[in-house]
Design a protein around this ligand. Sequence first.
Ligand SMILES: [Zn+2]
Length: 501
Amino acid sequence: MPRLILWILIFAFNLQFIDSFASGDPVKRQVITHNNKRFGIEQILSKYLQIPSESGHELEAGEFLKQLCEENGLHITQMGSSDGNYNFSASLRPLEAGLPNIIFLNHIDVVPPGNENHWEVPPYSGKIVDSEIWGRGAFDNKGTAVMHLFSLIEMAQRYEGKILDYNVTMLSVSCEETQCDGGISYVIDNYFDLLNPEVVIGEGPPGIKGLIDNHPDQALFGISVTQKRSLWLQLSLDIKTSGHSSVTPKSYANKEMITALNELLNEKNEIIYNDVNVGILKQLGILSGGVNGFVLKHPRLFKSVISKKLREDELLLALFSNTITLTSIKDDNDELNAIPTKITATLDCRLLPETSTDEFIADLKETLDNDAISIEVLKQMNTKVVTSSNTNFYKNMAAAIQQHYPESKSGAVMLPNSNDVAAFREKDVLAYSVVPVKIDRKYLETIHTFNERVPVAILEQGKNTYVSFLERCITIQTPRESVELVSRLRANATTLFSIKI
Ligand SMILES: [Zn+2]
């Protein structure tokens, strides 16, 4: 059970498995135009990887990507054109046509490569070695961006001159990794209406094999429908005392703050079961079978066993509880023998979607047990929205995955971290996070660290899956249905999450 749960619950929530119904398409080779020459997808990714674009320095890489879009007939809207504020959309039809829009969202920025000596192949080389393509951003998020790009160009060619009910857009933005003001928030503040989003598909989990012990070759794809939300707090305490530390006062700022934080950080997290995470345990039970399966299928009956397992793993605990991490402590003192009067601490709290900020802070105050400590909300993500998995867009993505990976299963999941997709959820737009490629977990472990790379073969497969998704949306979807599903979901949002143990 531990290995099974560990890997699935990295992304897990409410798996709803769908049946396989089609066999995979043969992989088609696609080339696009750049500087009057023709290039395949891995060659384009290689070039993109060679342009460093750490957050706040996206201009050059963004210009490259935009040029590719222009050269291949997509319609561009620039939404900020400087480092830290370089964003653009590339669409099948001009945004001004006002069509409801299917948006593929990616980010141009990457995290720094760290010590380059730890890389076996240099991080900005874009080298292809033994059918793997290397470089910072190979998965996160440049690899995904080129799959988006190639799928749009293929759709543009297929639907040239035809009337469409939908536009399809690739939206590439700055500083997702650092959440600066010039990235997704700038785009939403200034271009939301022009984008007219109907659904947004952003970065998210891929399909991973080896998650289920008795079906090691079966890949599981998580399609993320929600994420934990961040709440950043600052605690402050101000106590005037005698300034010299040769005589220790009974009470002083540093002592009181540390005592209160000690209580807070050592408190056991409350395990919160809700309909969605109970749903996934049950589905895992069905897949797993045997004694473990029976336990998982009856999570409330075996809640003490399961809760114990969840507490043993910090990643699992993060998905079943609200977490608090102390990220800094500062006082106003540099002297060895002086008592500072003021101390502040910052907390990075990650809340399950159903937890309200007010309730959470009230609990936190009670645990701190010190009324003199003031709490300020520095920043928070407001969304509590869970995008419904009962939409044609969701079903089309699940079906496209099934078409290209017939042996796989897919399900709705939650991400323990947030990404730019959440900004669209906050605006009541249907939004899903998924990268429809099948990949070994060893590659995922290189994201945000050394030796990031992906197998070249996944690029065409991912692109083809995106194309199948778009084909299904354009030919099957009716726009009105999805709008109703969002409002219905919001009305039910509080009752969705009411079960606690
Ligand atoms: Zn990313």
